[in-house]
Design a protein around this ligand. Structure first.
Ligand code: TXA
Ligand code: MG
Length: 337
């Protein structure tokens, strides 16, 4: 259900951004923790609230593609085609940094990630604000992204100055990030726009493997992780794995794929995974949070077929299952302007 904020809420959010505060912004993918992209102090607060290393770049959100020229140094033809086709939408383009973008927002990189979100409330806010809003997902570093305003409130509480409630996010996984700085666009993170859709627009295959030397912090082995440990097995192994873990004393949560819907499973809690990948993506982070809230300490799941939106879902599940000790990266120094 879409929630329509009052005009006064948009006004209040704009006021908070102008005053250097932080606003939780609904987008079609996940909620963002937004700050005025041109205010290095506000941007620094985003990193602090998230507990995110300052070298990890943020995405700058714009009201429409016509503003692109203000924020990036140049727009290769392929980037123009992608922006023209997918914006507003769940696609982020990495391009050469324009002078309007402070190095604080890009983690010191000479490239910048930009996108126009397809959410009426985000677009209303961005138009009223007039500038760029730098926003990572509104969760603590490494944990599950929020897809409702309640998720944001539960996770960040008073650390965010204003939560703009736009209802639950429709896509449910983050944007697809494409490095469009060169002649051959390259997917840095799978997301709401599928490789198949990108290829249809570009008229050539797109690499889904990061071959570029650009640092991609979302690629940390553990990311998008619930409190419970996540174990990935083949679908036909789910029931046995869950039972064995229950018997070892775990509170087991299970992601039950449609192919196992009739299989009896001994577990503390189970989520029936929707057949449609769009529904699965929309529900994914909520399911992980739900199993956490039900007290599960171990989640047994399997990855879907890695095509279409299944690629992004599989990517998030694999990272959720990644080794946890890499959560706190070694401190790095970065030269700021
Ligand atoms: O759907 C989304 O993309 C959401 C909503 C709020 O827009 N945002 C989001 O932001 O997922 P975040 O910060 O959680 O992930 C952004 C990722 C970074 O982790 C990094 O991998 C990549 O964007 N990124 C940002 N700037 C980059 C750059 N200049 N070069 C390469 N990757 C970059
Ligand atoms: Mg994130």
């Amino acid at each position: 259900m879409r929630v329509t904020p009052k005009a006064s809420d948009i006004g209040r959010a704009v006021g908070v951004l102008r005053a250097g505060g932080l606003v939780a912004v609904p987008t079609e993918t996940v909620y963002g923790l937004g700050a005025n992209a041109e205010d290095p102090v506000a941007v620094a607060r985003v990193f602090q609230v998230k507990g995110r290393p300052p070298t990890h770049p943020l995405i700058i959100h714009l009201a429409d593609a016509t503003q692109l020229g203000d924020w990036v140094a140049d727009v290769p033809e392929a980037a123009l085609a992608l922006a023209g086709h997918f914006w507003p939408g769940p696609l982020t383009l990495v391009l050469r940094r324009g002078s309007r973008v402070p190095l604080e927002a890009t983690g010191g990189l000479e490239t910048v990630a930009v996108r126009v979100p397809a959410h009426p409330v985000a677009l209303e806010l961005l138009s009223a604000f007039g500038g760029g809003v730098a926003a990572p997902s509104a969760n603590r570093f490494g944990s599950v992204s929020p897809t409702t305003a309640d998720h944001v409130r539960a996770e960040l509480g008073d650390a965010v100055d204003f939560v703009l409630d736009g209802g639950p996010c429709n896509v449910g996984v983050e944007s697809t990030i494409v490095d469009a700085t060169g002649d051959t666009p390259n997917i840095l993170r799978p997301g709401g726009v599928t490789p198949e859709e990108l290829e249809a627009v570009l008229g050539r295959p797109v690499s889904a493997v990061s071959t570029s030397r650009i640092r991609v912090p979302g690629q940390h082995p553990s990311h998008y992780a619930p409190r419970a440990r996540v174990v990935l097995v083949e679908p036909e192994e789910i029931a046995a794995e869950a039972q064995a873990a229950q018997e070892r004393g775990h509170q087991v949560g299970v992601f039950l794929p449609p192919s196992c819907a009739d299989v009896p499973v001994k577990a503390h809690a189970a989520v029936a995974i929707p057949e449609s990948m769009a529904d699965y993506a929309r529900g994914l982070y909520g399911f992980l949070r739900e199993l956490d809230e039900l007290g599960c300490d171990l989640i047994v799941a399997s990855v879907p077929v890695e095509e279409g939106l299944g690629l992004a879902i599989a990517n998030r599940l694999r990272r959720a299952a990644g080794p946890r000790e890499t959560h706190r990266p070694a401190p790095e120094t970065v030269r700021m302007r």
